[in-house]
Design a protein. Structure first.
Ligand SMILES: [Zn+2]
Length: 479
């Protein structure tokens, strides 16, 4: 019988892991059902599941002395009692456990830990650049690691990895062609001191405009910065995309100078991100021998440079002493790592749109966000509609066909010095699960009771002072 190469390739998908981005996804499905559905979708056995450490509305593991509320999903009346119970159930089926931390923690209300953009506007997201945030996150993650270790002490499945979700560490927005990057809080500014002269970025147009463009409905971006990119490469690319038009008649030599500043900025942000995350991991990991086998993993985007993760993908090959694995979406079979083991995350822009949906859901259910931010004036029905739009946006970026497995970078071969891919990660989110999640969500009362008032457009909301920043993040999130 003929052996088709396509079928061979699909079989070469490598070890499969399932990401469960929210505890609500365990309300209607048992671990056995999720395992079966994964194996049916991807045609290979399930080796591990990823469970969250924090939900958008609060903590999932009880962490003493931390004044962040517990999530309403931390205890459940459904089939799974709590996260430790979920870990025990999966691991008793022989499935290994990964913990995922989204370090942006939108529910943390400590202003001094928050992200600040280039023009000084703050946001609800935590900046990982300062030591206090790193210690807080290390403590939250460390508590989860110990709990997961306890829950798997008697089971065949074990805690095997801890994943840091980096896809939106440095959110960005734009208005009138001006790119508003984050973060420039005092800690970040002091990190850049002596390395990059930020005064070149506090003007317009500035070096960011070479590769980023305000497209009205979002930022058109190109991540064409590789470890060996030269300033001339960057300017050439900018010209080709037409982005350089914004500089008018500026001389080529000045553009080259700008590209060189941009390169310095990107390199510095990359180093800052790598250092900050490895500090969180150091803070989190207990010193016992056992934990040396637990992998430290980064989840980023499959772009050469991810602006919102702050990471130059291929440069992560230099960081094999700080991290053990990297996960990213498979944009092309030609984008891969040669030193660092990696898995393909089967969703475009990795967790970006999924996190955006879940964070918005968290805000819709949050009393404070529903009375003080841009979503305050949405009626319950409008809030639900927006959630559905976010869900659809996320679902459109899923890579759930088996054919996607055939186009992944090659699996690691012992004899070759090429792609180090060891497997892939699927996601437990589909239309049915997402719709049930929205229907089960308790929407906090907003300022608009929804009785006869006309719907408020995002533009109107955008006009109100203090509200715009939240629209950038939750209403018309860009990037
Ligand atoms: Zn910062």
């Amino acid at each position: 019988m003929k052996s088709f190469r396509f079928r061979e390739r699909v079989k070469m998908a490598g070890e499969g892991v399932l990401d469960i981005p929210h505890m609500a996804m365990l309300r209607d499905q048992t671990p056995e059902e999720l395992k079966e559905s994964f194996e049916r979708t991807w045609g290979c056995s399930l080796a591990g599941v990823v469970l969250p450490v924090i939900a958008p509305d609060g903590l999932l593991f009880k962490t003493d002395d931390v004044d962040i509320p517990m999530s309403s999903y931390a205890k459940d009346n459904g089939k799974i009692v709590d996260i430790s119970n979920a870990i025990a159930k999966f691991s008793s089926l022989g499935i290994n456990i990964y913990l995922m931390l989204d370090p942006t923690v939108h529910i943390c209300r400590t202003d001094t830990l928050h992200i600040v953009d280039i023009v000084g506007d703050g946001s609800a997201s935590i900046c990982i650049g300062n030591t206090a945030s790193q210690e807080l996150l290390g403590y939250i993650l460390g508590t989860a690691i110990i709990e997961a270790h306890k829950a798997t002490s008697e089971t065949t499945g074990k805690l095997v990895g801890v994943v840091m979700d980096t896809v939106d560490l440095w959110p960005m927005g734009a208005s009138d062609d001006r790119i508003e990057m984050t973060c420039f809080c005092p800690s970040c500014v002091s990190y850049f001191e002596g390395k990059v002269d930020l005064s070149h970025f506090r003007t317009f147009p500035n070096p960011w405009n070479l590769l980023l463009k305000d497209a009205g409905s979002g930022i058109e971006q190109t991540g064409e910065i590789r470890p060996n990119s030269t300033p001339a490469n960057i300017v050439g690319f900018s010209r080709q995309k037409g982005f350089s038009d914004i500089y008018g008649t500026v001389e080529n030599a000045d553009l080259i100078e700008m590209a060189s500043l941009l390169h310095q900025y990107v390199r510095c942000r990359h180093n800052q991100t790598v250092t900050s995350i490895s500090n969180i991991f150091k803070e989190a990991f207990p010193e016992d021998e056992f934990f040396r086998n637990v992998k430290r993993i980064l989840l980023t985007e499959g772009a050469y440079y991810s602006w919102t993760a702050g990471l130059v993908l291929e440069s992560l090959d230099e960081n094999t002493s700080s991290f053990d694995e990297v996960w990213f979406d498979p944009r092309s079979a030609d984008i891969f790592l040669k030193e660092m083991p990696f898995r393909s995350y089967m969703w475009r822009r990795s967790r970006y749109y999924i996190d955006s949906f879940l964070t918005f859901a968290g805000n819709v259910g949050d009393k404070v966000a529903r009375t003080t931010t841009g979503i305050a004036r949405l009626s319950n029905a409008e809030a639900k509609d927006k959630l559905k739009t976010r869900l659809n946006q996320a679902l459109h970026t899923a890579l759930t066909e088996k054919s996607a497995l055939a186009s992944l970078p090659a699996l690691r071969q012992a004899s070759e010095k090429g792609s180090q891919r060891i497997g892939f990660v699927g996601v437990a989110l589909d239309e049915d699960v997402g719709t049930k999640f929205i229907n089960g969500l308790k929407i906090a009362p907003g300022l608009n009771d929804g009785t006869g008032r006309r719907p408020v457009s995002e533009e109107e909301l955008g006009g109100a002072d203090g509200v715009r920043q939240f629209l950038e993040m939750f209403g018309k999130r860009k990037g």
